[in-house]
Structures are given as C-alpha cells and as structure tokens.
Design a binder for this molecule. Sequence first.
Ligand SMILES: [Ca+2]
Length: 222
Amino acid sequence: MIQALDSDTAVLRMVPVYSLIDTLRTPTNLVVTDEVIVAFDRERTLAVATAALEPFGLEAIHANPFNRTVFLATLVDGNEVSCVTAANTLFAEEHVRWATPNFHNATVPCSDPSDNYYPQQFWMPLIHGDSGWFVTNPYADTVSVAVIDDGVDTSGHLDLSTSRIDPGWDVAGFVSPPSPDSDPSPSPVDDSHGMRVTGILAAARNDTGLVGVDPWCRIRPI
Ligand SMILES: [Ca+2]
C-alpha cells in the first residue's frame, strides 16, 4: 500500500501517524509535520541557528521569544529526511540540548457542551477556550491549578466536586489579627469572588451550570 501510494504522482507526500497508547487513557494520535524544535546549549541568533541547522536539511524559522536557545525549524524543500530522523540526528549533536519533531496532535475536538448556561458564556469562543476541549483529555485530573483569590468553598458544588479540590491554604487569614491556616474557605462566607473565578476556570462539563476553561483540572485554593 505504501509503495503504491509513493509511486502515485497524485500523492505529494505521506507522513506517519504515531498513536500513543496509555492503559488509562484514550490513544493520542501524533501526526508528523515538516517541523522540528531544537534547543541549543546557549543563545543563538536566527542566522547562526540557520547555519547550524543547514547540514541537517533544516532552516530555522524563529526563536522562542522567552528562551532564545530554542528554535522552530522546518525541513528545507527537497529534503527527503523525515523530521523524526532529523530530530534524532540533532539530538546526538554536541551543542544541542534536545531536539524533537513538532508533532500535530490529531485529537478530536468536543462538540459544544449542553450545560444550560453555556450559551451565555460569550467569552469562551472569543478566547478560544473551547478549542482546547477534546473528546477525551489525556491530562484529566492530573493538573492542579492554584486559585489565588479570597477563598474557595471546599464543601463541594454542582460544578466543582470535592474530589477535584486539593488541600489549600488561607494565606491572608481575614480576621484580626490575621491568622493564616489550612482552611481556604471564603471569609466572610458570602464573599464569593474566589468561587466565581474558580467557576470560570474549572466548572465541570456536566450538562448543568457553567463550563470552565479547563473543566477537568484540579483546584488548589490559596
Ligand atoms: Ca457545568
């Protein structure tokens, strides 16, 4: 099949898809692209990075603006080497800290949620929050986000079950004198700004109420 496709003049290129199997998660499909991410041992200019990558059939496109040792590079036209091979070769180079193919994650997006207040959450598509939702989230329940605000009700909520709340800390201790302790509940109890923030961040996809930007994450109230 592959040989037949390769000889078909209508086929410009074929790329492999790697399916990562996790016994606890749904497979994640990674599609090979023409791009490699490479980290040098020190900062380089774009021109120097391009010169260093040229022998490997790559051209530096731009540096990471927050870390100028890291560059996105693309295969030069006509290069028959796959970006997987190029990344593996680069990885063994003396002045390269690491190199990896820039895979495209082919995870299937979710349909719109049916939570009853979701139609009113006009901001979600504006910030592309919904584009991060997938049919399955391989990192569900593994990421804990600290909510640094005036407290979170840890007794459980329709959209935030107690099983998603990690131990927190009341830093300010809104009493006189301030008394920090391990109870991050709002004080006074009707001060719910932290709870509103938590809902925007993490409300569950559960056919009721709101939907958070990350409806699967854990919460650590501070
Ligand atoms: Ca909900």
